[in-house]
Design a protein around this ligand. Structure first.
Ligand code: DC
Length: 241
């Protein structure tokens, strides 16, 4: 038994708690959300995967990504399911498992484009509220603490300097062997463009909820950021009683 095990059981299983993790790309949201979910015995739900699945459908159907009406028509009758489990969410698009297909740079860019449209966001937000309704979840995205679950018990806004986020994203891509030829500057540029779009869109722009705890991971290792996020959750739970 290590020191952590001998402390009181951290599990929040059975509690209807919602932990919202928002922030820009490359800040470490996915890893931290996954680790928090594991530590506290909660389900991890990645809302970006839902926008990605729809973006994949739009790319396949060659629907223009710059106007709402054709995307709305495409959304009509589209079924997106997020199945939590293990370390990763399984993503089903009209019954097809697209978990692996939604991580390409083309889908990444398209997801940020389709997510600016209010009608698409309203549909996604409804779906996300349904999957998180029972609580017991860590939900990760851009607008969870502001729009999807404004009454979430814990809200963390995770950020890091753009260069650091770009470098992390570049290293991730290298590890997966997905885009070996890409240059770090290119990744940083792409990340910056996506940030601008996510932060400046008119509907639900990426921004911290007024009651979110800000966590800047610029000078932290992953382990330090995870420990800081766990401490924020524990603190909030204790003060909430
Ligand atoms: O977290 P991610 O990189 O998988 O998200 C892909 C895109 O989806 C992101 O650029 C913006 C959009 N998104 C959003 O608008 N709202 C969310 N809650 C999650 C993602």
């Amino acid at each position: 038994m290590n020191a952590e095990d001998s402390r009181s059981d951290p599990s929040l299983k059975g509690r209807k708690i919602i932990i919202a993790i928002d922030g820009p790309a490359g800040a470490g949201k996915s890893t931290i959300a996954r680790r928090l979910a594991r530590h506290f015995g909660l389900l991890n739900l990645e809302t970006g995967a839902m926008y990605r699945a729809f973006a994949l459908k739009a790319l396949r159907a060659k629907v223009p990504l710059d106007s709402s009406a054709p995307l709305e028509a495409l959304a009509h009758g589209t079924k997106i399911r997020l199945e939590p489990g293990g370390d990763e969410n399984r993503v089903l698009l009209d019954g097809e498992d697209v978990t692996r297909l939604i991580r390409t740079p083309a889908v990444t860019d398209a997801a940020s484009r389709v997510s600016v449209f209010p009608a698409i966001r309203a549909w996604m937000v409804r779906l996300q509220q349904q999957v998180g309704a029972a609580g017991g979840v860590v939900m990760e995205g851009r607008d969870i603490g502001t729009v999807v679950f404004p009454h979430a018990q814990v809200k963390i806004f995770l950020d890091a300097a753009p260069e650091v986020r770009g470098q992390r994203r570049f290293e991730q891509l290298g590890q997966t062997g997905k885009v070996p030829e890409v240059q770090p500057q290119e990744v940083i540029r792409e990340l910056h463009a996506r940030d601008e779009r996510d932060r400046n869109r008119a509907d639900s722009p990426l921004k911290p909820a007024p009651d979110a705890v800000l966590l800047d991971s610029t000078n932290m290792s992953l382990e330090q950021a995870v420990a800081a996020a766990e401490a924020i959750v524990e603190n909030r739970i204790q003060t909430a009683g």
